[in-house]
Design a binder for this molecule. Structure first.
Ligand code: DUC
Ligand code: ZN
Ligand code: ZN
Length: 484
């Protein structure tokens, strides 16, 4: 066979095993994987480096207005460029519905924004207004278009949904093979803590973490899992930040729940001491749920290694440390008025490789699963996340030995800080391609704006997730009632 490209002499890393071999690429797809392949219009010498599926970033906020109308610093161009420099060949940011908006209008808006991406992309919807029309008409239309996931919130006035509405939306998702993602923090607990802290004048950035207790996350994760079990629907817990939350996920998965989850580097790399930096510096580290403590970091690493999480995602939520972002409400405002979120789309994989693989906490195969393959499976990205014939040639070549100190400059985003700046990292993604087109090579951007394509996604993969028997749903035990 004639190949357009042959990547030769690499150590191919998949989620299951490692082997030395070559990859032949034709028309943007992997056409052959073998010990040795000759030919190729272009031959790329991997020189013993790691050749793996390009990262799939499954949690990022790009060209997204927050519920209060604040636009992220990154658009689909800068966000996708930054993602690619961090070893990603595709991403799935959020497309947010604001109350009163139709889902069709949201998708139209994000289609225009997404068209600038240099890597392939899809969206998870954010649903804040699940009206009858949204549930019966608009969401099914979005699912049919291949947008098979959406996020809901248990907190924030402009986003929070009551339990009964959660059950409605979980039921619609189940009927269409879609998956509900949830931001889990108990709204009342956070509001009550905010009030107590404000009374005492405790409004500096460091109190952000105190205001959103671990118990608030644990309660909401537990509740959302019970709701999903009652609806017999799949559920994805985003940005798990607590040992208790991770433990609920582990236990419920073992019992059979149709449950998926992620954590993020910031919860293993940072602590509330970062929020206590002098002046307003701590504002850079405000995200929700908040960063915690050293014991939590250890517990989350344990769960990453034990397989509790499908993915480690960045939750890239870029708000600059100025009046366009963190301080849009003023320079010295109380912590609840500081924009929530931190960047990290380019840091995610280099950090996870360095802290995880190089330090022996996870295997290289786990790194591939956590960075790419599992996101592809969970979110129905059928042609990516694997090195195999027929798959898109979405490939990253990593130099596992190169070292560097992380700088703001090498994030290639629109930010004015990185929370990970200064970290010493081992392992650098040197080449990233999407569908056989090189996006980044040796620190230089090779892609043109708009090179990325929208990815229509398949239904969530529920194999090995049997669900949990609920007596009251079972016609044999409930006097014959059927539930949707
Ligand atoms: N949730 C996110 O997923 N990202 C930023 C802030 C938030 O509440
Ligand atoms: Zn969230
Ligand atoms: Zn997020």
């Amino acid at each position: 066979m004639e190949f357009d490209i042959v990547i030769h002499g690499g150590q191919i890393a998949t989620a299951d095993f490692l082997f030395d071999g070559d990859i032949g690429i034709k028309d943007g797809r992997i056409a052959a994987v073998a010990e040795k392949l000759s030919g190729g219009d272009r031959r790329i010498d991997a020189g013993g480096r790691i050749v793996m599926p390009g990262g799939i970033e499954a949690h990022a906020h790009i060209a997204q207005e927050s519920a209060t109308g604040l636009m992220t610093a990154d658009d689909y161009y800068s966000g996708s460029v930054s993602a690619a420099f961090g070893g990603n060949s595709s991403f799935i940011p959020f497309a947010a519905q604001h109350r009163g908006q139709s889902i069709d209008e949201v998708i139209e808006t994000y289609d225009a924004r997404g068209a600038r991406s240099v890597i392939d992309y899809s969206y998870h919807l954010i649903v804040s207004d699940p009206s009858e029309e949204v549930l019966t008409d608009q969401l099914p239309r979005a699912f049919a278009r291949g947008i098979t996931s959406f996020k809901v919130f248990t907190t924030y006035d402009a986003l929070v949904l009551p339990d009964a509405q959660m059950l409605d939306i979980l039921t619609v998702a189940r009927a269409h093979g879609a998956i509900t993602m949830v931001h889990s923090e108990n709204d009342g607990m956070v509001k009550w803590m905010n009030k107590q802290l404000a009374k005492g004048g405790h409004v500096a950035p460091r109190y952000h973490a105190i205001s959103r207790p671990e118990l608030a996350e644990e309660e909401a994760i537990h509740r959302m899992v019970q709701l999903a079990k009652l609806a017999d629907a799949p559920l994805f817990i985003v940005h798990v930040s607590t040992a208790g939350g991770a433990e609920i996920v582990r236990r419920e998965k073992a019992l059979g729940a149709k449950l998926f989850a992620e954590t993020c580097p910031q919860y293993m790399a940072l602590t509330r001491d970062d929020l206590d930096r002098p002046g307003m510096e701590g504002a850079k580290y405000i995200c929700s749920p908040p960063v915690r403590d050293a014991a939590t970091q250890d517990a989350l690493w344990h769960h990453v290694a034990m397989g509790t999480f499908e993915s480690v995602s960045s939750d890239h939520a870029p708000y600059r440390s100025d009046e366009t972002g963190k301080f849009a409400n003023g320079a010295e405002v109380p912590y609840p008025r500081i924009a929530n979120g931190m960047p990290g789309i380019a840091a995610r994989l280099p950090w996870l490789f360095s802290e995880g693989v190089v330090k022996g906490r996870i295997t290289l195969e786990q790194f591939v699963a956590l960075s790419s393959t599992n996101a592809a499976k969970t979110f129905g990205v059928e042609r990516k996340g694997r090195i195999a014939p027929g798959m898109d040639a979405d490939i990253a070549i990593w130099n596992p030995e190169a070292t560097r100190r992380l700088t703001l400059g090498d994030q290639h985003d629109n930010m004015d800080y990185s929370p990970f700046e200064g970290l010493e990292l081992t392992g650098v993604p040197e080449l990233v391609m999407t569908r056989g087109a090189v996006v980044v090579q040796d620190g230089a951007l090779q892609a043109a704006e708009g090179q990325g394509r929208f990815i229509p996604r398949a239904p969530v993969d529920l194999r090995a997730r049997p669900g949990v028997a609920v007596k009251e749903r079972d016609p044999a035990q409930n006097f014959g009632v059927s539930f949707p």
